[in-house]
Ligand binder design. Structure first.
Ligand SMILES: Nc1ncnc2c1ncn2[C@@H]1O[C@H](COP(=O)(O)OP(=O)(O)O)[C@@H](O)[C@H]1O
Ligand SMILES: [Mg+2]
Length: 873
């Protein structure tokens, strides 16, 4: 493509695009055009392109190169930008040993440019010398390449995230790597700025590795050599500013670009004398309330968790339950393990159950396994090959159990052969065998594995089975399994508590960590650090807040946010201290519970925003923009702007490919604002939209998601045709659940299906009715619900038209008799049916009959492939 342009039109050649002069393209202003290399760009490239355009179009931020329009040149998409005659900082730095004053003046301008961007609530996310343009003559600074810029805060937790992929690793902040449990906010740019300044003033990068893993690890864990140790004559202030910018935690860095500017300017000749007592960071005020995720009062619990993990890394299998009230800090505490696990090159994966999507079998495990596979898929080809062999070695030709359960694993282990069809106990054994071996293939001395399953109080029974399976497997090593739950929301006879009791009875060693409310001292420390103040009167505010919230951390955060939003807590720039209105705060939220506080925060949002959030809450704790768009009939761009305010207030978090509610409490509050009727209305709308947008061949893949929305809307369905459609979807879901041995969940689906049948269904829709009853009876038996199984069997026997139709029901009946130790009755029933079918069996078999019977059994056994014999225990 480059050949098509006259050489002197070319300004820049990048990896995915080129930039040419616009002078030959009849624009009546000086322009340049950024053109995509590919005629058919990948989805990532298109996303970057659109994002850059959105942030640069008509921008009135003076340090952003303005985009003027979109264009297409020789079938390639392009953006027309205003033309800036300049060079980028990378080229500028090729000339070494530039005078200190010159460098400092450029540095100050860069800092101001970043401050300007942040003032508009834009995070660049990719600050590096190649993206900083210095205009010739004026030395004005432009920040270019806003391909991964974002508004507000982002939670980067997917390893395959576009934003993580695009960032330049030498300049990436620790939180931007997606490897630490931190929300990414504008302070990520300040870290990258630190790297840029380091390079400007020392001619070196803080971490000079070519291996990406080593580089990421250094950003996460290593302290760079201080710049004034590299350049001995460098001003110690510049050096200290850079080191402060390079702090690993956002809260230890500068809090504002202006703060950096205020310090750096003291290094200009003559300025130092203006304030000889100057202390670094002294004038670093953003005036914003920045709630950071640092944990207080959890040292003991953290150490306990770390020690448990150390045991696991030495070869044991550990089980931990973490429990406490909603918002007490369970999830945050457990996530603190990420760092030590990653330091040991281990895997930390997590998944959580969702209140709205409770029926989906294994949903949290699937999320965790998906994360695991995504981690592995980021490795190089050779390592991928090793993982593939490791897994296949352990699961043999039963890999299909994994590929049907875990999205994305096929990319790693390839297409797997079909499985011999099994049912009942054998199928469960096979499932358990494969899953157990898969986990054991991953967890090793080199890569200990931590699986964190959050919010077990919403887990389905099949997931609880899998949970105990993992820790009761005698072969399990190098594994830590952590489950968290709200102990005040589960009763003694709930399946979860029963499972824990059973593990205790079976003497499975387990640890329990109770996460309690914070003490007053912790709260005070937290507030002092949040406000970055050692104001003498801060104990007054701390007392107020402690009294209101009883030390529940989630409540404290929301309470602070609420008084800040209302202007009852504000930064006084003149006296450089925080102030608050004690009286108004005392009056606030007199009911004293977090639910009411949340409700009032949500209801203060604009009407339309609330409506959108309500629909989003029906989608679950995590929601995709495209799904939200089809469910609300509002375009994605409009939705994005509607979501700005809840994003800014920290009610939701954006993670590029999806959004999520910042906490289950927030999700619950919004969901509970809906009447039952409204909930049904929205679920119906979502169900219809999802059904319409899913191709027939993809239905099976997304069946649980689709059917759950239909089921949540089931009571509002009136039309019998739709009811049958939904009943049929339930059959599909039930069978899929049954296929992965999730019998309890399968029963839930079949049962929902039965409830949707017409009253005269046995007459009007005989075949389908027979089928769904048979399915339900079988799984009811398999999950030990004998009475239900009997009830269903009796219905089938009473309604079946011919004996052949009742065979399956008889089979269940016989199995049930055997399971109840009524062998004789079982044989009698069997013989009686065989007789009806015209097959005679001797009541007292002779030797010959027995031998013939054995031969038959052996024939059956021989056709069964050896591969799946050894898992039948
Ligand atoms: N020990 C703590 N100190 C300060 N803040 C905390 C602490 N524990 C949790 N938080 C904050 O409280 C909020 C709720 O914590 P989370 O871990 O989600 O609670 P849970 O999982 O128990 O519902 C989060 O915003 C978190 O950052
Ligand atoms: Mg939680």
């Amino acid at each position: 493509m480059i050949n098509n342009f006259i050489q002197d039109d070319l300004i820049h050649i990048g990896n995915n695009s080129i930039i040419i002069h616009g002078k030959n393209y009849n624009f009546d202003y000086p322009s340049c055009i950024k053109i995509l290399n590919q005629e058919f760009p990948t989805s990532d490239q298109s996303w970057y392109f659109e994002n850059e355009y959105e942030f640069s179009f008509n921008s009135n931020i003076s340090c952003v190169r303005k985009a003027l329009s979109q264009t297409i040149i020789e079938h390639h998409k392009g953006i027309v930008f205003e033309y800036i005659d300049g060079i980028d900082l990378r080229k500028y730095l090729l000339i070494k040993n530039r005078p200190f004053e010159e460098l400092l003046s450029i540095a100050l301008k860069i800092v101001l440019a970043i401050a300007e961007l942040h003032k508009e609530n834009i995070i660049h996310n990719n600050i590096s010398p190649g993206n900083i343009l210095i205009e010739k003559g004026t030395s004005r600074i432009y920040l270019i390449d806003l391909q991964i810029a974002s508004r507000n805060r982002l939670k980067l937790d997917d390893t395959n995230n576009q934003i993580i992929r695009k960032a330049i690793l030498s300049y990436i902040s620790p939180e931007h790597t997606g490897r630490v449990n931190r929300v990414v906010d504008y302070r990520t740019d300040l870290y990258s700025l630190g790297v840029v300044l380091y390079e400007m003033f020392t001619d070196k990068l803080p971490f000079e590795y070519s291996d990406p893993i080593e580089l990421i690890y250094s950003h996460l864990a290593k302290t760079p050599i201080s710049p004034d140790q590299i350049k001995k004559d460098l001003s110690p202030i510049v050096s200290a500013v850079i080191m402060k910018l390079l702090a690993k935690n956002g809260e230890d860095r500068y809090q504002s670009a202006i703060g950096v500017y205020n310090d750096l300017k003291y290094c200009l000749p003559g300025n130092r004398e203006l304030n000889p007592d100057f202390i670094i960071g002294e004038n670093d005020f953003s005036g914003k309330l920045l709630i950071h995720p640092k944990l207080y009062g959890r040292d003991n619990d953290q150490n306990k968790l770390f020690r448990i993990f150390e045991n696991c890394a030495a070869g044991s299998c550990e089980l931990v339950f973490v429990y406490g009230y909603s918002g007490s800090g369970k999830t945050s505490l457990i996530n603190e393990l990420q760092q030590p696990v990653s330091d040991r090159k281990g895997f930390f994966v997590s998944g959580k159950f969702d209140q709205v999507q409770q029926n989906q079998p294994y949903s949290a495990f699937i999320l965790a396994f998906k994360e695991l596979i995504n981690h592995i898929l980021t490795k190089d080809q050779e390592t991928l090959g090793k993982w593939k062999n490791k897994i296949l070695d352990k699961v043999g030709n039963l890999g299909k159990v994994l590929t049907t359960l875990i999205p994305g694993i096929e990319t790693l282990i390839g297409k797997q052969p079909d499985l011999p069809s099994l049912s009942g106990v054998e199928l469960r054994n096979r499932f358990n065998y494969v899953l157990g071996n898969f986990i054991n293939a991953i967890a090793s001395k080199e890569n200990p594995l931590v699986i964190f399953i959050d919010d077990l109080q919403w887990a389905d029974k099949s997931s609880l089975n899998l949970f105990s399976l993992i820790v009761t497997d005698k072969k399990a090593k190098y594994i830590t399994l952590i489950g968290s739950y709200r102990d005040n929301e589960v009763s003694e006879d709930s399946p979860l508590i029963q499972m824990i009791d059973k593990l205790n009875d079976d003497n499975i060693p387990l640890y329990g960590i109770e996460v309690a409310n914070l003490t007053y001292d912790d709260v005070k420390k937290m507030i002092d650090e949040l406000l970055r103040t050692d104001q003498e009167n801060s104990s007054e505010l701390s007392h107020l807040i402690y009294t209101k919230t009883k030390g529940n951390p989630f409540y404290i955060h929301r309470f602070l946010q609420s008084i800040y939003n209302d202007g009852n807590l504000y930064f006084d720039f003149d006296s450089k201290i925080w102030r608050w209105n004690t009286e108004d705060i005392t009056q606030l939220n007199v009911s004293g519970n977090v639910a009411d506080l949340m409700k009032s925060a949500v209801t203060k949002l604009p009407e339309r925003t609330i409506e959108v959030l309500k629909v989003a809450s029906c989608l679950g704790i995590r929601f995709d923009l495209d799904k939200l768009s089809v469910s609300t009939s509002i375009g994605e761009n409009t939705l994005q702007s509607i979501l700005q305010q809840p994003l800014a207030e920290g009610l939701i978090i954006s993670a590029t490919s999806h959004y999520k509610f910042a906490h289950d409490r927030i999700h619950q509050t919004i969901y509970s604002l809906l009447t039952e009727k409204d909930q049904q209305k929205y679920h119906l709308k979502i169900a219809e939209a999802l059904s319409a947008n899913t191709k027939d061949e993809d239905i099976n893949e997304y069946i649980f998601d689709i059917v759950n929305h239909w089921n949540l809307a089931a009571n509002s369905l009136t039309d019998q045709v739709t009811k049958y459609h939904v009943a049929n979807l339930n059959v599909l879901a039930g069978r899929k659940a049954k296929g992965s041995a999730a019998y309890q969940q399968a029963y839930v689906y079949f049962d929902k299906g039965i409830k949707l049948l017409a009253a005269d269904s046995w007459n009007s829709n005989y075949d389908f009715t027979l089928q769904i009853y048979n399915d339900a009876a079988e799984v009811a038996f398999l999950c030990g619900e004998m009475e239900l199984a009997e009830e269903l069997v009796n219905k089938i026997l009473a309604n079946s038209k011919v004996l052949e139709d009742a065979i399956k029901a008889y089979e269940v009946k016989i199995q049930k008799l055997i399971a109840g130790n009524h062998q004789n009755e079982a044989i009698e029933t069997g013989l009686e049916i065989l007789k009806k079918l015209g097959i005679q069996f001797p009541a007292k078999p002779g030797k010959l009959s027995i031998i013939l019977g054995l031969v038959n059994i052996m024939r059956v056994v021989c056709v069964v492939k050896s591969s799946y014999l050894y898992f039948i225990q």
